[in-house]
Ligand binder design. Structure first.
Ligand SMILES: O=C(O)c1cccc(C(=O)CC[C@H]2O[C@@H](n3cnc4c(=O)[nH]cnc43)[C@H](O)[C@@H]2O)c1
Length: 273
């Protein structure tokens, strides 16, 4: 199976590549390439092939031996629109080449909610795997408060990854399962954080790309997953509290776990869940 992992920035992409390369022994770009690798770079984690699709470059860590699992990683930019554009381009290029992706994953750092239901809190450095990918601010302000687009009669605000895959990846990564909210504006107050949790009590993390990846995946009929490593608490702005290095390490670990979970649980076991 071919898996597309979409991050926002290069630092996240490199963390995913590092993690997904951890068990690698093969030769990057050896099989199922949509074309010829334009470049094979020798990174600290092993060989990484780079493939161009229109407007973007995909990074592919070496497959672990002869297994049929190929993971391509794309840094598509910050925010849901950039994520959707990059994801749709990569999915379309793969489909047109005759080797479509079987799974799209939104991966990166994110904010962790520390005020959900008792016993459910996403601490800095921990990992959250999405049970639902939710567009938290897609709707309209009304005198009665925020109304999601679905209540206005169109669109969608939620995509649900395959349950069995969520369980397998969360278990392999030692991660919590919960809703991951997609926002276009980073939450900066305790009041806004509380309002988001009141609207979505299952929320454990927020980030800015998951829903864009999910919309593109849905358009192509491809299952989707989101993995967030928590770099900061959601709430009042405090740059000193950010732990980006720790979150990138956690993201690399979760990416290794993703690869192992996909090797242990092939698509037939989770694609209909
Ligand atoms: O300047 C700030 O106060 C600030 C606070 C949180 C995040 C940012 C970003 O510009 C990061 C955007 C980038 O990272 C992901 N991310 C990380 N933490 C969060 C968060 O708490 N809420 C939303 N997104 C977050 C996001 O997916 C982007 O890719 C600035």
């Amino acid at each position: 199976m071919r898996v597309l992992v979409v991050t926002a920035v290069a630092a996240e992409r490199d963390a995913v590549v590092r993690g997904a390369s951890a068990a690698a022994t093969g030769t990057a770009g050896a099989d199922e390439a949509p074309g010829t690798a334009e470049r094979i770079a020798e990174e600290a984690s092993g060989p990484v092939a780079e493939f161009a699709v229109p407007g973007y470059v995909l990074h592919r860590p070496a497959p672990a031996g002869p297994e049929p699992l190929v993971i391509d990683v794309l840094a598509a930019g910050v925010g849901p629109a950039a994520a959707a554009a990059g994801t749709a381009t990569a999915l379309a290029a793969a489909a047109l080449s005759g080797s479509p992706y079987g799974l799209a994953v939104s991966a990166g750092i994110g904010g962790g909610f520390t005020t959900p239901a008792p016993g459910r809190s996403a601490a800095v450095g921990s990992v959250v795997v999405s049970e639902a990918i939710v567009a938290a601010d897609l709707g309209a302000e009304t005198p009665a408060g925020f109304v999601p687009v679905t209540d206005l009669g169109f669109g969608t605000v939620e995509h649900r990854p395959p349950e069995a895959l969520v369980r397998a990846v969360a278990e392999a990564a030692g991660a919590q399962r919960g809703e991951v909210l997609t926002v276009s504006t980073v939450t900066g107050s305790a009041e806004r954080a509380a309002a988001l949790v009141a609207a979505r009590p299952g929320a454990l993390a927020e980030a800015m790309e998951g829903f864009g990846v999910a919309e593109a995946a849905a358009a192509h009929g491809v299952p989707v997953l989101e993995i967030r490593a928590v770099s900061n608490p959601v709430g009042p702005r405090d740059r000193a509290a950010w732990r980006i290095g720790d979150a990138l390490e956690a993201l690399a670990g979760a990416s290794a776990a993703l690869r192992e979970a996909l090797r242990a649980a092939p698509a037939e076991t989770w694609s209909t869940s």
